[in-house]
Design a protein around this ligand. Structure first.
Ligand SMILES: [Zn+2]
Length: 188
């Protein structure tokens, strides 16, 4: 006897906030393609991420109020084409998980993308798409990544997708990490 699997939720792009709609297709493509850069020789569990990163939250608010503008995607191979070189505006930034023989040193896809963004001067993350190969269950950012991203804002939208690119969930860091310990606790 087989048990029917419950229908999987799909979040339509039209249900996303307006600011992300012009960019979500590129972000999904990039998160999926980023899995090819995964170094997951131990777990074989590839994860890709793409981050919609702005220099600051104020920059994001002004840019979204001004209307949709094209946002360049940082190439997966790390090269710097002319349109990305010297760019100080928003970017879509890829990342993939990187494992280590000393397992505890493994870094997740979300954090590799975030570190790239931060060191490139982009410290506000409007959204992060997370892609894995798991057909059966949703793959969410781990606790460490939630905390890492919370450092840069609690309203970052986390978007999980299925291997085929369908969106399965959309929640903010604040919803994923309630009562987070943040810079506000230290900067008084
Ligand atoms: Zn993680």
């Amino acid at each position: 006897m087989t048990t029917a699997m419950p229908a999987k939720q799909i979040v339509p792009h039209s249900a996303l906030p307006a600011f992300i709609q012009p960019h979500i297709a590129t972000m999904i493509q990039m998160a999926i393609a980023s899995k090819d850069g995964s170094y997951s020789v131990y777990s074989k569990f590839r994860v890709g991420a793409s981050l919609l990163a702005y220099p600051t939250r104020e920059f994001f608010l002004e840019a979204t109020a001004a209307g949709a503008q094209p946002i360049p995607a940082l190439p997966l191979d790390g090269s710097c084409p002319s349109e990305a070189a010297g760019q100080t505006g928003p970017q879509i930034i890829p990342g993939a998980n990187v494992e280590n023989a000393s397992y505890g040193l493994t870094v997740c896809a979300e954090r590799t993308a975030a570190v790239r963004a931060i060191t490139g001067g982009r410290r506000y993350f409007a959204a992060c798409v997370v892609a894995a190969d798991d057909e059966e269950s949703d793959v969410w950012p781990c606790g460490a990544c939630r905390q890492f991203l919370a450092e840069f804002g609690l309203d970052t939208l986390i978007i999980t997708i299925r291997p085929n690119g369908d969106i399965s969930n959309v929640l903010t860091i604040n919803e994923l990490l309630p009562n987070a310990f943040t810079p506000a606790n230290l900067f008084k």
